[in-house]
Design a protein around this ligand. Structure first.
Ligand SMILES: O=C1O[C@H](COP(=O)(O)O)[C@@H](O)[C@H](O)[C@H]1O
Length: 244
Protein backbone atom coordinates (compact mmCIF):
# COMPACT_ATOMS: atom_id res chain seq x y z
CA UNK A 1 0.00 0.00 0.00
CA UNK A 2 1.26 3.51 -0.82
CA UNK A 3 0.32 6.40 1.47
CA UNK A 4 0.35 10.01 0.37
CA UNK A 5 -0.20 12.44 3.24
CA UNK A 6 -0.34 16.11 2.25
CA UNK A 7 -2.35 19.29 2.80
CA UNK A 8 -5.63 19.04 0.84
CA UNK A 9 -4.79 21.26 -2.17
CA UNK A 10 -1.42 19.57 -2.85
CA UNK A 11 -3.02 16.18 -2.24
CA UNK A 12 -5.63 16.70 -4.94
CA UNK A 13 -3.03 17.96 -7.45
CA UNK A 14 -0.80 14.92 -6.90
CA UNK A 15 -3.78 12.56 -7.03
CA UNK A 16 -4.94 14.13 -10.32
CA UNK A 17 -1.44 13.46 -11.70
CA UNK A 18 -1.74 9.77 -10.75
CA UNK A 19 -5.11 9.56 -12.50
CA UNK A 20 -3.63 11.10 -15.67
CA UNK A 21 -0.79 8.53 -15.68
CA UNK A 22 -3.17 5.66 -14.99
CA UNK A 23 -5.48 6.72 -17.84
CA UNK A 24 -2.56 7.18 -20.26
CA UNK A 25 -1.18 3.73 -19.44
CA UNK A 26 -4.58 2.08 -19.93
CA UNK A 27 -5.16 3.86 -23.25
CA UNK A 28 -1.69 3.02 -24.55
CA UNK A 29 -2.00 -0.64 -23.54
CA UNK A 30 -5.70 -1.32 -24.13
CA UNK A 31 -7.04 1.66 -26.11
CA UNK A 32 -9.58 2.65 -23.46
CA UNK A 33 -9.80 3.63 -19.81
CA UNK A 34 -12.29 1.78 -17.62
CA UNK A 35 -12.89 3.70 -14.42
CA UNK A 36 -15.37 3.48 -11.54
CA UNK A 37 -16.24 6.62 -9.61
CA UNK A 38 -17.54 7.12 -6.08
CA UNK A 39 -19.88 9.70 -4.63
CA UNK A 40 -19.85 11.41 -1.25
CA UNK A 41 -17.24 14.14 -0.84
CA UNK A 42 -14.99 12.99 -3.70
CA UNK A 43 -16.68 14.57 -6.76
CA UNK A 44 -16.58 18.10 -5.37
CA UNK A 45 -13.02 17.74 -4.07
CA UNK A 46 -11.37 15.91 -6.93
CA UNK A 47 -13.18 16.55 -10.20
CA UNK A 48 -12.47 20.31 -10.42
CA UNK A 49 -8.75 19.40 -10.56
CA UNK A 50 -9.44 17.08 -13.50
CA UNK A 51 -11.62 19.52 -15.41
CA UNK A 52 -9.21 22.45 -15.21
CA UNK A 53 -5.73 23.02 -16.63
CA UNK A 54 -3.07 21.72 -16.62
CA UNK A 55 -4.78 18.33 -16.17
CA UNK A 56 -7.79 18.78 -18.46
CA UNK A 57 -5.76 18.80 -21.71
CA UNK A 58 -3.62 15.88 -20.59
CA UNK A 59 -6.64 13.57 -20.63
CA UNK A 60 -8.12 11.83 -23.66
CA UNK A 61 -11.71 12.10 -22.39
CA UNK A 62 -13.12 10.20 -25.37
CA UNK A 63 -11.32 7.06 -24.19
CA UNK A 64 -13.07 7.07 -20.79
CA UNK A 65 -15.66 4.43 -19.94
CA UNK A 66 -17.30 5.39 -16.68
CA UNK A 67 -18.97 3.15 -14.09
CA UNK A 68 -19.71 3.66 -10.41
CA UNK A 69 -18.28 1.79 -7.42
CA UNK A 70 -21.69 2.32 -5.84
CA UNK A 71 -24.94 4.15 -6.45
CA UNK A 72 -27.82 5.13 -4.23
CA UNK A 73 -31.35 4.10 -5.26
CA UNK A 74 -32.63 7.64 -5.71
CA UNK A 75 -33.65 9.50 -8.88
CA UNK A 76 -30.74 10.83 -10.93
CA UNK A 77 -31.85 14.42 -10.32
CA UNK A 78 -31.53 13.93 -6.55
CA UNK A 79 -28.37 15.56 -5.08
CA UNK A 80 -27.85 12.33 -3.09
CA UNK A 81 -27.28 10.45 -6.35
CA UNK A 82 -23.65 9.69 -7.14
CA UNK A 83 -24.47 10.15 -10.83
CA UNK A 84 -25.88 13.62 -10.12
CA UNK A 85 -22.62 14.63 -8.41
CA UNK A 86 -20.53 13.29 -11.30
CA UNK A 87 -22.67 15.26 -13.79
CA UNK A 88 -22.33 18.45 -11.79
CA UNK A 89 -18.59 18.23 -11.19
CA UNK A 90 -17.30 16.19 -14.16
CA UNK A 91 -19.57 15.34 -17.10
CA UNK A 92 -20.83 18.91 -17.55
CA UNK A 93 -17.23 20.04 -18.10
CA UNK A 94 -15.67 17.36 -20.30
CA UNK A 95 -16.65 15.51 -23.46
CA UNK A 96 -16.92 11.88 -22.42
CA UNK A 97 -19.36 10.35 -24.97
CA UNK A 98 -22.66 9.76 -23.17
CA UNK A 99 -22.72 6.19 -24.58
CA UNK A 100 -19.65 5.50 -22.42
CA UNK A 101 -21.20 6.68 -19.18
CA UNK A 102 -22.83 3.58 -17.71
CA UNK A 103 -25.40 4.94 -15.31
CA UNK A 104 -27.25 2.44 -13.10
CA UNK A 105 -30.98 2.26 -13.75
CA UNK A 106 -32.51 3.73 -10.61
CA UNK A 107 -36.09 3.34 -11.81
CA UNK A 108 -36.14 -0.31 -10.69
CA UNK A 109 -35.55 -1.73 -7.19
CA UNK A 110 -32.04 -2.55 -5.86
CA UNK A 111 -32.14 -6.24 -6.84
CA UNK A 112 -32.90 -5.58 -10.51
CA UNK A 113 -30.69 -2.50 -10.56
CA UNK A 114 -27.70 -4.59 -9.38
CA UNK A 115 -28.45 -7.45 -11.79
CA UNK A 116 -28.73 -5.05 -14.76
CA UNK A 117 -25.51 -3.33 -13.78
CA UNK A 118 -23.70 -6.67 -13.61
CA UNK A 119 -24.94 -7.45 -17.14
CA UNK A 120 -23.66 -4.06 -18.31
CA UNK A 121 -20.23 -4.87 -16.85
CA UNK A 122 -20.24 -8.22 -18.61
CA UNK A 123 -21.05 -6.53 -21.93
CA UNK A 124 -18.58 -3.64 -21.73
CA UNK A 125 -15.72 -5.78 -20.36
CA UNK A 126 -16.46 -8.47 -23.01
CA UNK A 127 -16.59 -11.23 -20.41
CA UNK A 128 -17.61 -14.69 -21.54
CA UNK A 129 -16.46 -17.26 -18.97
CA UNK A 130 -15.51 -17.23 -15.31
CA UNK A 131 -13.22 -14.21 -15.33
CA UNK A 132 -13.89 -11.04 -13.35
CA UNK A 133 -14.11 -7.50 -14.75
CA UNK A 134 -10.78 -5.72 -14.29
CA UNK A 135 -11.10 -1.95 -13.91
CA UNK A 136 -8.14 0.21 -14.87
CA UNK A 137 -8.93 2.48 -11.94
CA UNK A 138 -11.30 2.52 -9.00
CA UNK A 139 -11.69 5.85 -7.22
CA UNK A 140 -12.89 5.11 -3.70
CA UNK A 141 -13.81 7.15 -0.67
CA UNK A 142 -14.18 6.04 2.93
CA UNK A 143 -16.88 7.00 5.42
CA UNK A 144 -16.06 7.70 9.05
CA UNK A 145 -17.28 4.19 9.94
CA UNK A 146 -14.73 2.68 7.51
CA UNK A 147 -17.26 1.87 4.78
CA UNK A 148 -16.21 2.11 1.17
CA UNK A 149 -18.39 2.03 -1.96
CA UNK A 150 -21.60 0.76 -0.25
CA UNK A 151 -19.85 -1.98 1.71
CA UNK A 152 -20.57 -1.30 5.37
CA UNK A 153 -18.89 -2.69 8.53
CA UNK A 154 -20.01 -6.19 9.61
CA UNK A 155 -22.36 -6.49 6.63
CA UNK A 156 -22.85 -9.97 5.07
CA UNK A 157 -21.88 -8.54 1.65
CA UNK A 158 -18.28 -8.34 2.85
CA UNK A 159 -18.24 -12.13 2.36
CA UNK A 160 -19.80 -12.05 -1.12
CA UNK A 161 -17.84 -14.30 -3.49
CA UNK A 162 -20.06 -14.70 -6.58
CA UNK A 163 -21.88 -11.51 -7.50
CA UNK A 164 -19.96 -8.60 -9.03
CA UNK A 165 -22.65 -6.07 -8.14
CA UNK A 166 -24.96 -6.52 -5.17
CA UNK A 167 -28.05 -4.76 -3.83
CA UNK A 168 -27.97 -3.17 -0.39
CA UNK A 169 -31.25 -2.63 1.50
CA UNK A 170 -30.01 -1.59 4.90
CA UNK A 171 -27.18 0.93 4.56
CA UNK A 172 -26.72 2.57 7.98
CA UNK A 173 -25.98 5.84 6.15
CA UNK A 174 -29.02 7.17 4.26
CA UNK A 175 -30.35 6.39 1.77
CA UNK A 176 -30.63 2.72 2.85
CA UNK A 177 -31.14 1.26 -0.64
CA UNK A 178 -28.09 1.14 -2.90
CA UNK A 179 -26.05 -1.06 -5.19
CA UNK A 180 -22.34 -1.71 -4.81
CA UNK A 181 -19.44 -3.42 -6.50
CA UNK A 182 -18.35 -6.38 -4.38
CA UNK A 183 -14.85 -7.07 -3.03
CA UNK A 184 -13.85 -9.68 -5.67
CA UNK A 185 -14.35 -7.10 -8.44
CA UNK A 186 -12.87 -4.23 -6.45
CA UNK A 187 -9.76 -6.25 -5.61
CA UNK A 188 -9.31 -7.30 -9.24
CA UNK A 189 -8.59 -3.72 -10.41
CA UNK A 190 -5.31 -2.63 -11.96
CA UNK A 191 -5.22 0.37 -9.64
CA UNK A 192 -7.27 1.60 -6.67
CA UNK A 193 -6.99 5.11 -5.28
CA UNK A 194 -8.66 6.19 -2.05
CA UNK A 195 -9.25 9.86 -1.31
CA UNK A 196 -9.85 10.38 2.41
CA UNK A 197 -10.10 13.83 3.92
CA UNK A 198 -11.33 15.36 7.16
CA UNK A 199 -10.83 14.88 10.89
CA UNK A 200 -13.98 12.76 11.15
CA UNK A 201 -12.12 10.01 9.24
CA UNK A 202 -9.00 10.12 11.45
CA UNK A 203 -10.09 7.40 13.93
CA UNK A 204 -10.95 4.92 11.16
CA UNK A 205 -7.69 5.73 9.33
CA UNK A 206 -5.75 5.08 12.55
CA UNK A 207 -7.57 1.79 13.13
CA UNK A 208 -6.82 0.60 9.60
CA UNK A 209 -3.20 1.65 9.45
CA UNK A 210 -2.02 1.14 13.02
CA UNK A 211 -4.25 -1.71 14.17
CA UNK A 212 -3.98 -3.74 10.99
CA UNK A 213 -4.68 -7.12 12.57
CA UNK A 214 -7.98 -6.18 14.28
CA UNK A 215 -10.37 -9.21 14.39
CA UNK A 216 -13.13 -7.59 12.27
CA UNK A 217 -11.45 -5.57 9.53
CA UNK A 218 -13.23 -2.47 8.29
CA UNK A 219 -14.48 -2.60 4.68
CA UNK A 220 -11.85 -0.10 3.45
CA UNK A 221 -9.21 -2.32 5.04
CA UNK A 222 -10.42 -5.29 2.97
CA UNK A 223 -9.57 -3.46 -0.23
CA UNK A 224 -6.33 -5.17 -1.22
CA UNK A 225 -5.86 -5.53 -4.98
CA UNK A 226 -4.76 -9.05 -5.86
CA UNK A 227 -2.43 -7.94 -8.66
CA UNK A 228 -2.80 -4.16 -8.80
CA UNK A 229 -1.65 -0.96 -7.11
CA UNK A 230 -3.24 0.58 -4.02
CA UNK A 231 -2.83 4.25 -3.09
CA UNK A 232 -4.27 6.04 -0.10
CA UNK A 233 -4.42 9.82 -0.42
CA UNK A 234 -4.96 11.34 3.02
CA UNK A 235 -5.13 14.99 3.94
CA UNK A 236 -3.45 16.10 7.15
CA UNK A 237 -6.76 15.99 9.06
CA UNK A 238 -7.53 12.40 8.09
CA UNK A 239 -3.95 11.45 9.01
CA UNK A 240 -3.97 13.42 12.28
CA UNK A 241 -4.18 10.38 14.59
CA UNK A 242 -1.28 8.53 12.98
CA UNK A 243 1.20 10.18 15.38
CA UNK A 244 3.74 11.03 12.71
O1 LIG B 1 -22.22 6.76 0.91
C1 LIG B 1 -21.14 6.92 0.38
O2 LIG B 1 -20.07 7.21 1.15
C2 LIG B 1 -18.71 7.03 0.71
C3 LIG B 1 -17.85 7.98 1.53
O3 LIG B 1 -18.39 9.29 1.37
P1 LIG B 1 -17.74 10.61 2.01
O4 LIG B 1 -18.78 11.68 1.84
O5 LIG B 1 -17.45 10.30 3.44
O6 LIG B 1 -16.51 10.90 1.21
C4 LIG B 1 -18.59 7.24 -0.79
O7 LIG B 1 -17.29 6.90 -1.21
C5 LIG B 1 -19.65 6.43 -1.51
O8 LIG B 1 -19.53 6.53 -2.91
C6 LIG B 1 -21.00 6.96 -1.09
O9 LIG B 1 -22.09 6.32 -1.74
Amino acid sequence: MNYHILPATDLIKIMAGYIVQCAKKAVSERNRFLVALSGGSMPELLFPALTSEPVFSEINWKAWHVFWADERCVPQVNPESNYYLACKHLFNHVDIPSSRIYTPNTSVGPTEMAALYQLKLQEVFHIKGEELPRFDLLLLGMGEDGHTASLFPNHPLLKEKNRWVAPVFDAPKPPPERITLTLPVINNAHCIIFLITGKNKAAAVKKIILEESAPAPLPAQMVKPVHGELHWFLDENAASELGR
